[in-house]
Design a protein around this ligand. Structure first.
Ligand code: GTP
Length: 573
């Protein structure tokens, strides 16, 4: 950036010169008047400070506004190892703690139900699987606020207990441990506590801060305490939502009913959803025709932390998709069309790039995210090899790069691992066990690095390479071709397409484009579409014509030169 005068910079930042001069004083910058010039470095520093101040101010205001909103009920998910009692607990709660049903209401399984404790309410999600956390978080939202991790007192912490913990951690939600089946003679609560400590959770009874409640889902012993603890954690989390805001939620479940058609359960998180509202969830749209809660009661409206089964979607929405309110049917249709097209385009691009992800890809991603942490999921044939791998890996950590083992478990990688890895941007490395074909496919689809090793040291080497790559990978730009703009076409929907001739090299769909006019760069960015006649193409070679639409630039002029650039990695890996 060149030099800039104080009044110019003030205008650029939308502030008074006097205000800016005050800031300069506190920074110890010298100047004569508001017309004095600042060097590029100082101007940049000023911008940085102003941005930061505004950010803090906005945060404070947002927090203040949030504090003025009413509280909402917590949403809880129950997770744990097979047979540790999830279903039994949910059944117990449903039977004993659900409010008196209104006349005519019959309990329905809709994927979530309310439990009443005094004048408080807790929403339990009772849809199977971890999707309630992970898939949803992937899309920038989450369904559950608190996780109950069930551990059977006669069995202790098992592989899926660890998975459940890893999922809750990845979702960033607090956990409460319920040690279940304490009615059994062979129950050993202390042993489970020891297990938990080995996982890094020190129970309150041992002076730590992990909340552990011994219960029997069968007899109901301890369940009241568990509910109390949930309310306590909810209070600490200070969960609030605005019932007046634009409605927002997530799809908890969806199914096709022979008679009713598409039935979808929505957890409303913000605002109030009403009959007649138009909504979009992923690529599917709908108009809410009827709403029913888990007690079979028809509702006219549903506020924050309410789960309702709705009628009115055109197609099956996907569980985990975010639900948004839209003003009318035209908007609903347009958005769902747009998303379908967007997905098709993405899939085409994916197909283009379809190949096993290389180490370089992962490194690039990590570098982009400035991540100096390597997230790993380890899978091995025995506990012994896992311990050995973890032991060696711990020594591979450096001051700059942390190795974060999110999950270390015996057995082949599962689809749950893939979900976790894609959420947490982790790599899955397995030793002595091979993932099933379906798991490999899932990894490929989600772009998760999944590798199997037969020699521990090969696995360790892979991690070493990652650590090294974390330190300083570098990239170089390479010009791969040029095209000249010969004609400009206006699209009926808006925007311009440049009719071009590729003059040298090639133009590739995923390249970056510099628009050059008289040798000067006037814009730089991505290609939105690259066509030969009516067809989308991946690349166009020298000597051929093509139609090019850029993402965010329309001001083409005849004679403009479009330079295609690709980034190549020069890291020695
Ligand atoms: N004695 C005793 N048995 C229990 C208790 N909780 C669950 N069980 C029994 O443990 C078995 C498994 O319980 P479920 O509730 O089906 O376990 P789950 O975690 O839902 O299992 P999956 O759905 O297979 O993952 C059943 O036979 C239950 O009756 C308890 O508190 N005490």
């Amino acid at each position: 950036m060149a030099k800039v005068r104080i009044y110019q910079l003030a205008r650029e930042l939308g502030m008074e010169s006097a205000e800016l001069m005050e800031l300069l004083d506190t920074m110890g910058v010298e100047y004569k008047s508001h017309a004095s010039t600042l060097d590029a470095e100082t101007a940049e520093a000023v911008k940085e400070i102003v941005r930061e101040q505004r950010g803090l101010e906005e945060q404070r205001k947002a927090e203040e506004a949030r504090k003025a909103l009413p509280h909402r009920a917590p949403v809880v998910a129950v997770m744990g190892h097979v047979d540790h009692g999830k279903t039994t607990l949910l059944d117990y709660l449903r039977k004993t703690r659900v409010a008196e049903r209104e006349a005519g209401g019959i309990t329905q399984h809709i994927g979530a139900f309310d439990v009443h404790v005094g004048d408080k309410r807790i929403v339990f999600i009772d849809t199977p699987g971890h999707e309630a956390f992970t898939t949803i978080r992937e899309r920038g939202a989450r369904a559950a606020d608190i996780a109950i991790i069930m551990v059977a007192a006669d069995d202790g912490v098992m592989p899926q207990t660890r998975e459940a913990i890893a999922h809750a951690k990845a979702a960033g939600i607090p956990m409460i441990f319920a040690i279940n089946k304490i009615d059994l003679p062979q129950a050993n609560v202390d042993r489970v506590m020891q297990d938990l400590m080995r996982e890094g959770f020190v129970p309150e009874a041992y002076g730590g801060d992990a909340i552990v409640v011994p219960i029997s889902a069968k007899t109901g012993q301890g369940v009241d305490e568990l509910l109390e603890m949930l309310l306590l954690v909810a209070e600490l989390e200070d969960l609030r939502a605005d019932p007046e805001a634009e409605p927002k939620g997530v799809i908890i479940e969806s199914k096709l009913d022979k008679r009713a058609g598409v039935l979808a359960t929505i957890l409303v998180q913000e605002g109030t959803l009403r009959i007649g509202d138009h909504v979009v969830a992923g690529e599917v749209w709908g108009r809410i025709r009827a709403m029913m809660n888990a007690d079979g009661v028809r509702l006219e409206e549903a506020g924050p932390s309410t789960a309702v089964q709705v009628l009115g979607f055109s197609e099956l929405p996907t569980a985990g998709d975010v639900l948004e309110w839209v003003p009318d049917e035209a908007a609903a249709k347009e958005i769902s069309e747009e998303r379908k097209e967007e997905r098709k385009r993405r899939e085409e691009e994916e197909a283009e790039r379809r190949r096993v992800r290389s180490m370089a890809d992962l490194l690039r991603q990590m570098q982009e995210g400035q991540q100096k942490e390597i997230n790993l999921i380890l899978r091995a044939d025995t506990q012994g090899s896992l311990e050995a791998i973890k032991g060696i890996l711990a020594k591979e950590e450096t001051d700059e790069v942390k190795i974060n083992v999110m999950l270390a478990a015996v057995g082949a990688p599962t689809e749950g691992d893939i979900l976790l890895a894609s959420t947490a941007n982790a790599a899955i490395l397995s030793f002595g066990v091979n993932p099933a074909g379906s798991v490999k496919k899932a990894a490929e689809k989600k772009g998760v690095l999944l590798k199997s090793f037969r020699v521990i040291y090969d696995l360790i080497d892979e991690v070493r390479v990652m650590v090294k790559g974390q330190v300083e990978p570098t990239y170089r730009e390479e010009v791969i071709g040029h095209a000249e703009v010969r004609a400009i076409f206006k699209l009926p929907k808006g925007g311009n397409v440049a009719g071009c001739m590729v003059t040298d090299g090639k133009i590739v769909r995923n390249a970056e484009i510099r628009v050059l006019r008289g040798g000067e760069e006037v814009w730089r960015g991505r290609i939105e579409s690259l066509k030969r006649f009516k067809d989308d193409v991946r690349e166009v070679a020298a000597g051929y014509e093509c139609g090019l639409k850029l993402a965010g630039f329309d001001a083409f002029e005849e004679g403009d030169v479009l330079e295609a650039i690709q980034v190549v990695e020069v890291t020695e890996v």
